[in-house]
Design a protein around this ligand. Structure first.
Ligand SMILES: [Zn+2]
Length: 259
């Protein structure tokens, strides 16, 4: 009888340790290096993004359905949306979002970005290309997104209807050389886990510094007069059906008639 009780107590204690161990390891995952705690579903986000004063948000205009027309309301895109799409909160995501925010102000002075009318060119960085596509609506398969490997921390925005183009550039010296050096080391494959963690920390510090100041302080903008948009060659180039008749409700009579 005593022996049975002993085994039972032992099993209870072991179960308790297993349960507690699981709970602790779950918590440590969500608390990695500044990730938010307490909101398990937002583990990929940072507390400092909520507090930073110059985190950009974007008002975008799209169509209502697959064959148009224009929607009569806009949507708000936040950094959180961009992080979910891209997969992680990296310095590249903050850089391109900041640059495009500055460029959009020039192309869309009313503050509404028309995602049926915008082209974008970045280098082939996964981070730059993803965010640029999401924010502009530009897509390689429609000939509205282009890759230019000669671009550095530079982004070209183009508005098809007005033929206006701007280039937004991260100001020289803004991106820390120490990050460039450590990135090179990690890319080479000869690095320690400590160095990889250190790099992440430095990249997030840089991202944080971008949104703690007015974004115009970090970027220069150039107007590209006479810019000609030429789509990149792509074997499966297609046409966006939703933009063909996007203007159909533009006249007031039609709006009254069909809205
Ligand atoms: Zn990234």
């Amino acid at each position: 009888m005593h022996k049975k009780k002993g085994i039972l107590s032992f099993l209870v204690i072991v179960s308790l340790f297993v349960f507690l161990g699981g709970a602790i390891s779950q918590k440590s995952i969500s608390n990695q290096d500044g990730h938010t705690s307490g909101h398990e579903t937002d583990w990929y986000y940072f507390d400092w993004i909520l507090k930073a004063p110059y985190v950009p948000t974007f008002q975008v205009l799209d169509t209502e359905s697959s064959l148009g027309p224009y929607a009569n309301k806009t949507k708000t895109i936040t950094l959180k949306d961009l992080i979910k799409f891209h997969g992680h909160a990296c310095d590249g995501l903050f850089t391109v979002a900041g640059a495009l925010y500055v460029g959009f102000k020039h192309l869309y002075p009313d503050g509404v970005i028309d995602r049926t009318d915008t082209g974008v060119i970045t280098n082939n960085s996964p981070c730059y290309g993803d965010v640029a596509a999401y924010l502009t609506g530009g897509r390689i398969r429609f000939g509205t997104q282009k890759i230019d490997k000669t671009l550095g921390n530079e982004f070209i925005l183009y508005r098809f209807s007005t033929h206006e183009a701007v280039k937004v550039l991260l100001k020289p010296g803004v991106f820390p050389q120490a990050i460039v050096n450590l990135e090179e080391k990690v890319r080479s494959g000869k690095f320690t886990m400590t160095e990889m963690r250190e790099l992440q920390k430095m990249q997030w510090e840089f991202a944080k510094s971008l949104v703690e100041h007015p974004l115009e302080e970090a970027f220069n903008i150039q107007v590209l007069d006479g810019f000609i948009w030429e789509s990149d060659p792509y074997a499966h180039l297609g046409k966006r059906g939703d933009v063909v008749n996007k203007d159909i409700l533009k006249s007031r009579e039609r709006q009254n008639e069909y809205r």
